[in-house]
Design a protein around this ligand. Structure first.
Ligand SMILES: [Zn+2]
Length: 126
């Protein structure tokens, strides 16, 4: 091996090491970026895990369920909200009943804990 060949070999080895190091650094910074994104998502998730947010979403789901079943009038809606509020302390299921008659549909609610039944029908719609 001539001196020139030896120098060339050293230069090539040096370049290769440098490239490996650069590649390694790129991968490292990519992993760090992913980690930062993960931490940000974790923080975001925590927000959604707060009780307040869950209650809000549960109420929304309940509203959607109730409304898809029966279209409440404004007054019925008010009565429905009041009933749910009054029985929040019962912490139980609320049942709805619908009674079809010749002139309209009566709607009522029942609390499965204390057993209270309330007719919330808005008869002004009949
Ligand atoms: Zn109750």
């Amino acid at each position: 091996m001539t001196d020139q060949e030896r120098v060339m070999k050293d230069v090539l080895a040096f370049t290769e090491r440098n490239e490996e190091e650069q590649m390694f650094n790129k991968v490292k910074s990519y992993i760090n970026k992913i980690k930062r994104q993960r931490d940000a998502l974790k923080a975001e998730l925590k927000k959604y895990e707060s009780d307040e947010k869950i209650t809000e979403l549960e109420n929304e789901i309940e509203d959607i369920k109730a409304n898809s079943l029966f279209i409440f009038s404004e007054d019925e809606k008010k009565e429905e909200i009041k009933f749910k509020k009054d029985h929040r302390k019962c912490d139980s299921n609320i049942y709805y009943y619908f009674e079809g008659t010749e002139i309209g549909i009566a709607v009522g609610m029942k609390c499965s804990q204390c057993g209270l039944i309330k007719d919330i029908t808005d008869y002004s719609r009949w």
